[in-house]
Ligand binder design. Structure first.
Ligand SMILES: *[C@@H]1O[C@H](CO)[C@@H](O)[C@H](O)[C@H]1NC(C)=O
Ligand SMILES: *[C@@H]1O[C@H](CO)[C@@H](O)[C@H](O)[C@H]1NC(C)=O
Length: 844
């Protein structure tokens, strides 16, 4: 007995030591009204969205390191059900879908994770992240109080949570996951569905909480989120937002850094001054977690883009661009904002702000962290005039629509509108421009064959294809009597095709006859055009194309795609002939898809035709070329400007859909001040919405890479080139330090404005392209001198910067010799080239 109790005592000590050891590795995550608490400490958490399938595993560590260096604490990602479960019970967590590897990468870099499981994710992702097979589960209705849906959703959510638990990835287990999200922006849907929506939302919350992850759950845009789930805000601004209970923290799960693009639309930007202003407004109201959606947007590879018509690029004007390169000044200005906010962290989480008015449009928010210790945010909401305010007996100048941050209530360390970071001049430079092409014709004569299915009437497209391909052929025959008037020089008959979306190409007797497209807002359309018919039998073949399945809207899963009719031919002797209910044959996908032409191994066994580009531009053509990987490590892209519409593959992997649809929009001057909406800052009007297509470096081998394109319309492949994305120069813009009033400088203790330039590692400033201290104007790459110009500007910048990797120039007027226009507020604009440093340290 004695020995037994001693050994069991020792066992107990051993176990306690073991558990004690383990608990030091675990992280507790809780919350209160001020913030998320990590190990009992309230934290201001800075987060950014990076979606793992929108880049490659080889890019993840670099993206995360840049996020960490940019001042982020957390990386936020959705989980994309449709890529993980392509058919019921068959899972894929490999390559770009390796969620565990992604999370472990974040952990290694020292970042937390917010895992937004959804599994509805919207995200401009195909079908909002739902597998297409889910739609065909008997009796299902998405995102409502529906048994089959709830069962499937619970199954997948459990699967993901269990996978995370098995890998010990929740913070409660010592992992990096500090938050999880269930559902996504359900509020509008819940309101539309009434009681059923409410019941489903409560069920989803309860189901998630029941999974015992040990970390809090979030529901974004869901005002009724039941305890203990935290409701959070998504939007361009969230300073109006308060959580639904006084004991929950104020979280902003999506601070939109820009906006997505659709084929045929402009490219949207969001000025960093406004984004920083929005974040500062949120923080000064007491917000304690904000997440940039997106921090890195990346690429919709393959057919993952939602839609219809979402572009392959998901750049989102994010701080890291589509290629994973730092976008300046956005990245650097936000990094400076984060540093300023972190200097205030203790005060921000210690008290509610005391708000005082400093004028009609000006306010001070003051946070106290103990006697004599405080942090202040000074705001000017006026959209076009600067304000001088007095705060604690000191004067501060606030630019329009801006907030200054004073971590000690005295010294301004950051103003949201004053960008002291350089602008990167990024260019796409040709690296391979002569490719040797072979072609393969996707002829319409051989259509049908064994895969053909024939029924009376028109079928919904996705029910037939199950999204295995974008393409579905609708084929029928029409007999034309030799007595038809049009055959003797009359007007050609007209074909009319009503489609539910998204695009159609019409072929009559194997000849291309025309195309029509819907749009993202209105996928449905009618094709109308004259057709060439002859006496006897005529073949009508309609290639209907799905360009990304819808990802948003009440019961978007019920939206239909494809040619649903009516279809008719008018201008015949009988007048109008209705083809809707006659026999139609169907073929899913292209011949080239069935033959797996895109595969580097299969492609070689097919009779490609060499030197065939001279035959002219033909619709429905496959193109193939091979090339050796360009040296260096700059990101690569294809320039497809000379092409029409289709898809492209590198070594068998799809780099996405391409389409040279020209951007319509109202591109004009974009000012940062005033409430942002995407239409305020449009770029690229009159150009193809997306001309460059990212080729991940890791998809290339040193030699013999196989590039395959399927072109629907006809384009000039000889003009396709491979580009590298390169930072070739920098611009700096800084306003004169407010030197008109020297007393202001001393009183406010503010850092003088200065202009910073920083080339990429290994590069130095090699030439000064432009420098003017005075009243210059224009944008980076096209600056012009104004009427006021300090003649020594160029020489001064040259002396300070040439041959250096980085330099800083203060914008006080004494720095530029004689003041060329003492009564005006001046600006310093500089554009420089960066080049590889030679052994003497000079650029080349
Ligand atoms: C799909 O097609 C089948 C067979 O034609 C039909 O019975 C079914 O109703 C269709 N389902 C949907 C959701 O359209
Ligand atoms: C300079 O600041 C002082 C107060 O610090 C003010 O009285 C004076 O009007 C200012 N002068 C100019 C030129 O703005």
């Amino acid at each position: 007995m004695e020995t037994f109790s001693v050994s069991s005592f020792l066992f107990f000590v051993f176990m306690a030591a073991l558990l004690g050891f383990r608990s030091t590795q675990c992280t507790t995550v809780t919350y209160d009204k001020k913030a998320i608490l990590i190990n009992g400490q309230r934290r201001i958490l800075i987060s950014g969205s990076i979606h793992y399938p929108r880049s490659t595993p080889e890019m993840w560590e670099d993206l995360m390191q840049k996020a960490k260096d940019g001042g982020l604490d957390v990386v936020d990602t959705y989980v994309f059900w449709n890529v993980h479960e392509p058919s019921p019970g068959n899972y894929d967590f490999e390559g770009r879908y390796d969620l565990v590897r992604f999370i472990k990468t974040a952990q290694r870099v020292g970042l937390y994770i917010h895992l937004r499981i959804g599994p509805y994710v919207c995200a401009e992702w195909n079908f909002g992240g739902f597998p297409v097979w889910l739609k065909y589960v008997p009796g299902i209705s998405f995102r409502t109080d529906n048994g089959p849906f709830k069962m499937a959703m619970q199954g997948f959510t459990q699967k993901i949570v269990q996978m995370m638990k098995n890998e010990k990835l929740f913070a409660s287990q010592g992992g990096p996951i500090i938050l999880s999200q269930i559902e996504n922006e359900y509020g509008p849907q819940s309101r539309a569905l009434g009681a059923a929506g409410h019941a489903y939302m409560n069920w989803a919350a309860k189901m998630a909480v029941g999974l015992n992850t040990g970390v809090p759950w979030v529901m974004c845009k869901e005002d009724d989120a039941p305890d203990p789930v935290i409701n959070s805000c998504n939007g361009f601004y969230c300073d109006y937002f308060s959580p639904n209970k006084p004991y929950k923290p104020t979280l902003w799960t999506e601070a939109w850094s820009g906006w997505f693009t659709e084929f045929g639309g402009p490219v949207y930007g969001r000025p960093v001054q406004d984004l920083a202003f929005a974040v500062a407004r949120f923080v000064q109201k007491g917000g304690s977690l904000f997440n940039y959606y997106m921090y890195h947007g990346g690429t919709n590879f393959g057919r993952t883009a939602g839609g219809p018509f979402i572009t392959t690029s998901y750049d989102y004007d994010a701080p890291l661009d589509e290629y994973g390169m730092i976008r300046q000044p956005k990245y650097g200005h936000l990094k400076n904002l984060h540093r300023a906010i972190k200097l205030c962290e203790h005060a921000l989480v210690s008290s509610d702000p005391t708000v005082t008015s400093l004028g009609a449009y000006e306010q001070a928010h003051v946070f106290s962290s103990g006697p004599g210790r405080c942090a202040a945010f000074l705001a000017n909401y006026h959209t076009n005039s600067a304000a001088t305010v007095v705060f604690n007996n000191m004067r501060y100048i606030l630019p329009p629509w801006s907030i200054s941050i004073l971590p000690n209530c005295k010294r301004v360390v950051f103003n949201t509108a004053q960008v002291g970071v350089h602008i990167a001049r990024t260019q796409m430079l040709p690296t391979i421009s002569k490719l040797s092409w072979e072609t393969y014709n996707e002829d319409t004569y051989s259509l049908g064959g064994s895969s053909r299915m024939t029924v009376a009437g028109l079928l919904e497209q996705i029910n037939v294809t199950r999204d295995a391909s974008d393409y579905l052929w609708y084929m029928t025959s029409v007999g034309i009597s030799s007595s038809e008037a049009f055959l003797r020089g009359g007007q050609k008959p007209t074909l009319s095709v009503r489609s539910a979306g998204h695009a159609v190409h019409v072929f009559i007797n194997g000849q291309f006859s025309g195309s029509a497209y819907g749009s993202r807002e209105h996928p449905e359309f009618t094709y109308t055009g004259p057709i060439n018919l002859r006496a006897g039998m005529n073949k009508i073949a309609l290639l209907s194309i799905a360009v990304g399945l819808p990802n948003v809207g009440l019961h978007f899963e019920k939206l239909q795609t494809g040619i649903l009719g009516p279809i008719s031919i008018s201008g015949l002797n009988e007048g109008k002939k209705d083809l809707t209910w006659q026999k139609w044959s169907y073929q899913v996908g292209l011949k080239g898809e069935a033959m797996n032409l895109v595969s580097p191994t299969e492609a070689t066994s097919v009779d490609w035709i060499k030197g065939s580009l001279s035959q002219g531009q033909r619709p429905l053509t496959w193109y193939k070329a091979s090339f050796n990987a360009p040296g260096g490590n700059e990101p690569l892209a294809l320039d497809l400007r000379s092409m029409g519409k289709g898809q492209a593959w590198i070594n068998g992997q799809s780099i996405g859909r391409y389409w040279m649809a020209y951007a319509k929009g109202g591109c004009g001057r974009c000012t940062y001040a005033g409430t942002y909406r995407p239409s305020k800052c449009e770029n690229g009007c009159g150009q193809p919405t997306q001309r460059w297509y990212h080729i991940p470096r890791s998809w290339l081998k040193p030699t013999n890479n196989v590039l395959v394109l399927f072109e629907e319309l006809g384009g000039d492949a000889s003009k396709i080139s491979l580009l590298r994305r390169s930072v070739t120069g920098l611009c700096g813009e800084a306003v004169e330090h407010h030197a008109k009033n020297e007393s202001y400088i001393i009183e406010s203790n503010e850092e003088p404005n200065s202009l910073h330039l920083q080339c990429n590692p290994g590069q130095v400033i090699s030439a000064i392209k432009f420098a003017s201290f005075g009243t210059p104007s224009g944008t980076c790459g096209s600056y012009q001198k104004g009427t006021c110009h300090a003649p020594d500007s160029h020489a001064i910048i040259e002396k300070k910067c040439i041959g250096l990797e980085s330099c800083s120039v203060s914008t006080t007027r004494d720095n530029f010799g004689v003041d060329p226009c003492p009564s005006e507020l001046k600006q310093l604009l500089v554009e420089v080239d960066c080049g590889v440093a030679d052994i003497n340290g000079h650029g080349s």
